[in-house]
Write a protein that binds this ligand. Structure first.
Ligand code: PGA
Length: 233
């Protein structure tokens, strides 16, 4: 099974057109395509994806079930909105919202408690890579931000490769996926994310230890994402 997870971030391309393009050809059973749009699009996406093979996910959730948390969304709400997945601890949340490993773990546990599969992001910064500290950083993120048990997906996203057009090399991806798989006893799917495009997806998806891709900017373009899904077949 290969995962293709579309992370729309804070973008909202025309949903109907996007779904129409992605469903124009049957999606192979061996591919799990998941759309993670902004919260305000989840309702419409739930309706539109119901009769398709495309799964639905969100981009974040709160660690608490409910309460005085203005602007936040609980995992239970996401479940009710038709989500099966939720991205947790994306580097943009870690950086821009100061999310710690402990908070990421609490959110991932909250997601699991509702039957959602958390897609937990890890990855080193450019500075850390230049110091050759990537394994140490990712190791700590795995130890401190993953729930101890339960279903989950890990996404390796080197921060320097996100939205920069500078994809990690095949060697860098393969080495880190090997490292993560070993650390987790090969118990969870591990995705790669960071400047995945139609042009490089097939080669990345063919690497040993790569169970799928987390796609940001290229997922906004339905034609390009269709090519990535095809590459995953
Ligand atoms: P990108 O983003 O594909 O635009 O690099 C990936 C991500 O942040 O998940």
């Amino acid at each position: 099974m290969k995962y293709v997870v579309a992370n729309w971030k804070m973008h909202a391309p025309a949903l109907g057109e996007w779904v129409k393009t992605l469903t124009a050809q049957p999606i192979d059973d061996a591919v799990e395509l998941v759309l993670c749009p902004p919260f305000t699009t989840l309702g419409a996406a739930q309706v539109m994806l119901a009769s398709t093979a495309i799964g639905l996910g969100a981009q974040d959730c709160h660690a608490q079930l409910s309460g005085a948390h203005t602007g936040d969304i609980s995992a239970e709400m996401l479940k009710k909105a038709g989500c099966h997945y939720v991205i947790i601890g994306h580097s943009e949340r870690r950086e821009q919202h100061g999310e710690t490993n402990a908070q990421v773990r609490a959110k991932a546990q909250a997601a699991q408690a509702q039957g959602l599969i958390p897609i937990i992001c890890v990855g080193e910064s450019l500075e850390e890579r230049e110091m050759n500290a990537q394994e140490e950083i990712v190791s700590r993120q795995l130890t401190e931000s993953l729930p101890v048990t339960g279903d989950m997906i890990v996404a390796y996203e080197p921060v320097w490769a996100i939205g920069t057009g500078r994809c990690a090399s095949h060697e860098e991806i393969a080495a880190m996926h090997r490292f993560i798989k070993k650390k987790l006893d090969d118990s969870h799917p591990v995705l790669y994310g960071g400047s995945v495009k139609a042009g490089n997806a097939a080669d990345i998806l063919a690497l040993e230890g790569v169970d799928g891709v987390l796609v940001g900017s290229a997922s906004l373009n339905a034609d390009e994402l269709t090519q990535i899904v095809r590459a995953a077949h």
